[in-house]
Write a new protein. Structure first.
Length: 95
């Protein structure tokens, strides 16, 4: 079976979400409605650092025969910065 998919959807749980005055439940329902209107069969909720709205959206989406995957968007900047700091220390000391 082939699906039209969107694997990067944010909800109000993400700081980057640009809300439109709707409450959390209304936003979750609007996300599923938009997915249905686009003919999507699979979506992934990929909020920053949380799975908060995944279960609610999954429940709503099942009523519309849309599959939902959990996801999470993470920043690797702290890890990258730690690696760079360690590389600088190695370059300075030679070990």
């Amino acid at each position: 079976m082939k699906y039209k998919i969107d694997l990067h959807i944010h909800t109000k749980a993400s700081r980057c979400f640009k809300g439109n005055g709707l409450d959390n439940d209304e936003v979750n329902r609007a996300i599923v409605k938009q997915a249905k209107n686009k003919g999507l069969g699979l979506i992934a909720v990929t909020d920053h650092y949380t799975l908060k709205n995944y279960s609610d959206i999954k429940t709503i989406a099942l009523e519309e025969n849309i599959n939902v995957l959990p996801g999470m968007e993470l920043s690797i900047n702290p890890v990258r910065n730690a690696i760079r700091k360690q590389e600088k220390n190695i370059n300075k000391t030679g070990s």
